[in-house]
Design a protein around this ligand. Structure first.
Ligand SMILES: [Cu+2]
Length: 154
């Protein structure tokens, strides 16, 4: 009888190991969640695809509003040169330091006059590349014709 009991214990022990072995086998499907993780990896390329769209957003960011603060005085603009990228929205806030002046950029239909000490803001989209002249559009004295600046659109 004792031998039978011992044999039974051995069998139970072996079955326990077998079940544990099955348990390990069950753990193998746990490996398939790793496959799910592997499926998550393709999600990253999808994110990359999203980031493919992001550069478009970045381009939009590049084509952002470029703001400039400018002083107009006899007979110059300061700064006399501004640089933007094609597609940028250009916003120039210009203040007269002395007499009445104006700022005009023919190619972009910009023309705004302002009185002594006044400030105006002009805004336009730099939708073409090139170097364009902006100039004073109000006769302000002997050097009026030389009161010009350059807008460079790259
Ligand atoms: Cu002028």
């Amino acid at each position: 009888m004792i031998k039978k009991i011992i044999v039974s214990i051995c069998i139970i022990t072996l079955m326990t190991f077998f079940i544990v072995g099955c348990g390990e086998t069950v753990e193998e499907p746990v490996t398939s969640p790793e496959l799910e993780e592997a499926e998550t990896v393709p999600l990253v390329p999808e994110d990359v695809e999203v980031s493919d769209n992001e550069p478009v957003m970045e381009e939009n960011v590049e084509n952002a509003v470029k703001e400039f603060t400018m002083i107009a005085r006899k007979f110059e603009f300061e700064p006399a040169e501004i640089r933007v990228m094609e597609g940028d929205t250009v916003r120039i806030t210009v203040t007269s330091e002395d007499v009445a002046h104006g700022i005009a950029i023919s190619e972009f239909d910009v023309k705004e006059d302002f009185g002594p000490g006044e400030t105006v803001t002009v805004e336009f989209v730099a939708d073409k590349k090139g170097t364009f002249t902006f100039f004073c559009s109000v006769f302000c004295g002997t050097g009026h014709r030389e009161m010009v600046g350059q807008l460079v659109v790259e």
